[in-house]
Write a protein that binds this ligand. Structure first.
Ligand code: ZN
Length: 192
């Protein structure tokens, strides 16, 4: 396994819609090694998720994991390691919540945006087995953030008002306490 360089804002690969992975490709050594490397890269960067375009590969694959004590996102509920291939998200309801996100491809930036409160995720795991599950709250937000990457969309594109854009340090100073209080109440209300 290897920690791969993470592509940053301005790299065209982040703006390109990624293509689906075929069953043969998914079984192949190259894609399996890519998935291992993506997991190692996400963990090394303390991310909550990482999409293949972020390591320069335009395929519809993302990895998601929040381990207890994640340093970037200590307020996120834990998510067991989840590999999503060719994911499709649908929102069964209209309800959204106000959140604040960062992105490994936009180091040191965070901003406010709305995400659907509930989503149904259909995807293949790394063995090609189909899954369908409902995710809520911040975990639903993480899924939406990663699947957006596969469509060439970054969280700043979802911001209705760019005035909330901040560095991580200024977010810690001015925004974090209010946000964590509000988002903790959301997680208690809707689950993950
Ligand atoms: Zn991201």
């Amino acid at each position: 396994m290897a920690v791969l360089p993470i592509r940053e804002l301005g790299d065209p690969v982040l703006r390109q819609p990624a293509r689906e992975v075929s069953p043969e490709e998914l079984r192949g050594a190259e894609v399996q090694r890519l998935i291992d490397d993506m997991i190692e890269t996400m963990r090394a960067a303390d991310g909550a998720g990482l999409a293949a375009p972020q390591v320069g590969v335009s395929l519809r694959i993302a990895v998601i994991e929040v381990r207890p004590g994640n340093r970037r996102y200590p307020y996120k509920p834990p998510i067991p390691l989840t590999v999503i291939v060719n994911p499709e998200l649908t929102a069964p309801g209209e309800a959204t919540f106000a959140t604040n996100e960062g992105c490994l491809s936009m180091p040191n930036l965070r901003g406010d945006l709305e995400r659907f409160e509930n989503i149904t995720a259909r995807y293949l795991d790394r063995e090609g087995k189909p899954h369908e599950e409902t995710r809520r709250g911040l975990t639903a937000g993480t899924f939406q953030h990663e699947v957006d990457h596969l469509d060439g969309i970054l969280f700043v594109d979802r911001m209705a008002d760019l005035s909330s854009l901040s560095t991580w340090e200024q977010f810690e100073r001015f925004g974090k306490d209010e946000f964590v209080e509000r988002i903790t109440a959301l997680v208690e209300r809707v689950g993950s």
